[in-house]
Design a protein around this ligand. Structure first.
Ligand code: AMP
Length: 463
């Protein structure tokens, strides 16, 4: 879990000894070095451990995952299973694969002193393996809507005995078009009064609240920092810059800041890929995390970023929602996001659980039009910085690699393929590279053949 440095702003005065947790969970929390409860945990845990339904608006990085996982595990440890069949007792629905994997990793740590079984399902990877894992029984099931529905339809598991449901990043689930899938899953569970429901969301929109009132039993509404949507420990700066000078300014900022774990956000995957190339050309180690990157590769990129092997992660919003990466020193908005909520999510990647962080935003002619909406949404003006000439670094121009020129004596050069690329079929072996032996007159058989062809008598019509 996080190695972020706590500050006072996100923590309450309560310690984990002040809440009623089973010993196994107290031990896990101690292993993780958690001492005080975050404010979200201090507000949620006393109610959730007492069995209440909750809709909580919580800042990203506020400790919400531990709040609901501790609730789920505490109930499982204190109450026996009601059936012998090992169907999931708790379900966590998350919008993205990365978030699902992250929740599962947090769950493993918090359940380290228990024998509770967690299973995580998400698209793009190990279809059969994920399905087979249900056979050995599951206590806590975590997943993205698509895969959860898929396996449920196949009868891989049932939600009949599920006592608790958590909807994480509910507003994001709606934004990503999962509203129907979410309802489908909720309707497979026991009725709202026969289960405990917890919902976490970055914004308490009308849609989220409506779902809360329909699918929950008198939910307690918890709002932590309603007036302060962005973590107060993030130092924010905004630079107005021409689109064609963005790379130069970014390079200058990277040089000035020298951060260790930097996330750079762009609005499109195409631009993200191009920026990775640009950064590499200037000697920076960077990789892209975009929606179209294969799942195995995405997880590898994230692991490398987490363990510090990869210092710069270039990401689009869809791929980065809900990631918990400790020690992100800088978030750079290379493109100002078009959706103001994304500004909050992006800059929430740094300063997690109270650590200090910097968020630098470049507002260029292409995207500056969304700045007003961002300011309205966060409720303050992002401080504008003037970028002096010296801050713009020199840009090495992009030079495409020259294509190998076709040899003039190569009859097939006009095909446009380079000699290396030409394929040879096994049925038509290429000419031997070793020269064939000369004949008595000193000419090789090839030379003789050519001579013969030249001497061939012309026919009557001159052809
Ligand atoms: P979340 O809001 O779930 O994204 O929390 C982000 C990170 O906060 C987690 O990965 C944990 O490492 C860390 N965290 C959660 N609760 C605490 C706590 N009480 N003390 C210190 N760190 C915590």
């Amino acid at each position: 879990m996080s190695d972020a440095k706590p500050t006072d702003s996100l923590f309450s005065d309560l310690t984990f000894a002040d809440v009623d947790l089973p010993g196994e969970l107290v031990a896990a929390v101690a292993d993780l070095g958690f001492e005080r409860l975050t404010r979200v945990q201090a507000e949620v845990l006393p109610l959730s451990l007492a069995g209440r339904d909750i809709v909580a608006q919580a800042q990203t990085g506020s400790g919400k995952t531990a709040a609901y996982l501790l609730t789920v595990f505490a109930r499982m440890l204190r109450q026996e299973r009601s059936t012998a069949i090992e169907n999931p007792r708790a379900l966590v629905i998350a919008p993205t694969r990365e978030l699902a994997v992250q929740i599962a990793s947090d769950a493993d740590k918090l359940a380290a002193h228990t024998s509770l079984k967690t299973h995580v399902v998400f698209g793009g990877l190990d279809y059969k393996k994920q399905r087979e894992r249900f056979a050995s029984g599951v206590d806590l099931l975590i997943g993205t809507p698509g895969r959860l529905i898929d396996y449920h339809r196949q009868g891989a598991y049932s939600l009949r005995d599920t006592e608790m449901v958590v909807v994480d990043e509910c507003d994001r689930l709606f934004d990503m078009g999962f509203a129907d899938d979410l309802r489908w899953l909720l309707h497979r569970l026991p009725y709202p009064d026969k289960r405990q429901s917890l919902m976490f969301t970055a914004t308490l929109s009308r849609r989220v609240m409506q779902l809360g009132w329909r699918e929950m039993t008198e939910p307690q509404e918890i709002v932590v920092n309603r007036d302060q949507l962005t973590p107060e420990t993030v130092h924010q700066e905004l630079y107005h810059v021409a689109a064609h000078e963005k790379l130069s300014l970014l390079l200058g900022l990277l040089e000035r800041e020298g951060g260790q774990r930097i996330m750079i956000f762009l609005n499109t995957k195409h631009a993200a890929r191009r920026l990775v190339e640009d950064l590499r050309r200037h000697g920076y180690l960077a990789r892209a995390l975009t929606g179209d990157v294969m799942q195995t590769k995405r997880l590898k990129v994230l692991d490398d970023f987490r363990d510090g092997t990869l210092p710069i992660l270039v990401a689009t919003d869809v791929a980065s929602r809900g990631l918990h990466i400790a020690g992100v020193t800088h978030v750079i908005n290379f493109d100002l996001p078009q959706d103001p909520e994304d500004y909050v999510h992006r800059i929430g990647r740094t300063a997690r659980v109270g650590a200090e962080g910097k968020a630098l935003t470049l507002a260029c002619d292409d995207y500056v039009y969304s700045l007003d909406a961002v300011h309205k949404y966060v409720g303050y003006q992002i401080p504008v910085m003037f970028a002096p000439e010296e801050l713009f670094a020199e840009v090495v121009p992009y030079r495409p690699k020259p294509r190998p020129r076709p040899r003039p004596d190569d009859g097939r050069a006009s095909s446009g393929r380079t000699p290396e690329k030409r394929r040879t079929s096994p049925e038509a072996p290429t000419a031997p590279t070793v020269p064939t032996a000369p004949t008595s007159d000193g000419a090789t058989p090839e030379k003789k053949k050519r001579r013969r062809r030249r001497r061939k008598p012309k026919t009557a019509d001159g052809s």
